[in-house]
Design a protein around this ligand. Sequence first.
Ligand SMILES: C[S@@+](CC[C@H](N)C(=O)[O-])C[C@H]1O[C@@H](n2cnc3c(N)ncnc32)[C@H](O)[C@@H]1O
Length: 444
Amino acid sequence: MLWQNECYYTNNRYPISTYIFQTPLKVLWLLVFTLLKAQIHRTIYIMTNLKESCPYYGTCGSCKLYNLSYSEQLDYKKQRVIQVFEKLNRSLLNEINGDSLQFDISKITNPVSAPSKYHYRNKMEFTFFKKNGATCVGYHESGQFNKFVEIDDCLLMKAENKSILKATKDWANKNKIESYNKKTHKGVLRYLMIRNSNKTKETIVTLVTSDGSAEMFEPLIAELKSCVALKGFVWAKHSEFADVASLKDSTLLYGEDSLIDSIGDKDFIIPFDSFFQVNNETAKLLYDKIYSYVKENDNVIDLFCGAGTISTYIADEANHILGIEIVDSAIAQAKDNMKLNGIPTSKAEFVAGRVREELSKIRFENEYNLIILDPPRSGTDKHTMRHIGKRQPERIVYVACGLGELAYNLKSVMEFGYKVIEVSSVDMFPWTPHVEVIVYLERI
Ligand SMILES: C[S@@+](CC[C@H](N)C(=O)[O-])C[C@H]1O[C@@H](n2cnc3c(N)ncnc32)[C@H](O)[C@@H]1O
């Protein structure tokens, strides 16, 4: 009988028992090989990057991609962009002519690499906390709301900030000024914010506290003046429970509350509390790409314009620009930035308000053939995208720093007869998962 034979045979070649015992062995070997390969890869990576590797690797929550080599980071970010357009293509499938609107994924390339992988950030924010009875400055631990890692130096910030961290920590401990505790709501020091100018090498320091007096900062300001080119020192009081660095109630205690910085050949006035692109070098790459889509005599709407930096950058080429931004002070800054760069005031107008509301107030007869939008990381809403579609500009440039809503927002505007022509991206934030994407659409 068959079962009395030595064994069954598969494909008439091997006994089935060979398969039963060899398959788990093969899987085990494959697993060991994969783990070994990953470990060798990691060891080589650490050895080749030892000089610059971060002492907080593994605990600090800021650089989520620190275990990837730079080329792996770019691959990872490219995949993230591809996923957005796969999602968009899937949602276009059910549309009439949806096939012809789909974007050819093979055209998506790696993000343009950042010229500097380290020390690229011009703005830093730290939290105060208590450790072994001492006041410390640092970041949140990876994935932790109430655990922190003390930071003396950070590879993303400008080198001179190291002395600011030390001076602030020494001052707090010498004067027994305690950190604010989020659970008990006791203590004083909440956040430390540093803004550096790439152009002038000056620095503005902002300290957010729950309480205190102007006098208590005097020794700190004196110390900071001796160790960095201190342009200004701002004290912001934030006694509410919300764990955000609110800067509404602020007092300038030393110097000036804004500095001059540049992107490419344009200079900008940057107040201590305004949005400004965090990486000057890659912001230039981003703005150059946007500029490449502007044609002579274009009438442009610059949505979410911040301090008018994109408007200023493209002003030489455009005929007229209308900027919309929610922060009043940024609008005032946008006008000043135009002046600072010698651009006639007649060339641009800036409106303070919500994009969604202000956009619907613009008369349809006013011809705008190019709309640029650069919303915050959370994206914009369907209503705004539909309104842009109804206006029927010839071209749209969508700059996205958050990818969550991008496919959905693109689909919303494409329903009004638009096609994605080009997708590019810039690696604005090495070592983090973030990527800046530029999507260029044309009316069909
Ligand atoms: C990513 S930033 C872009 C700023 C500017 N384009 C630049 O390159 O510096 C987004 C801007 O949108 C503004 N903003 C956020 N929500 C807004 C809204 N609903 N309406 C108008 N502006 C808004 C923010 O204040 C911020 O200045």
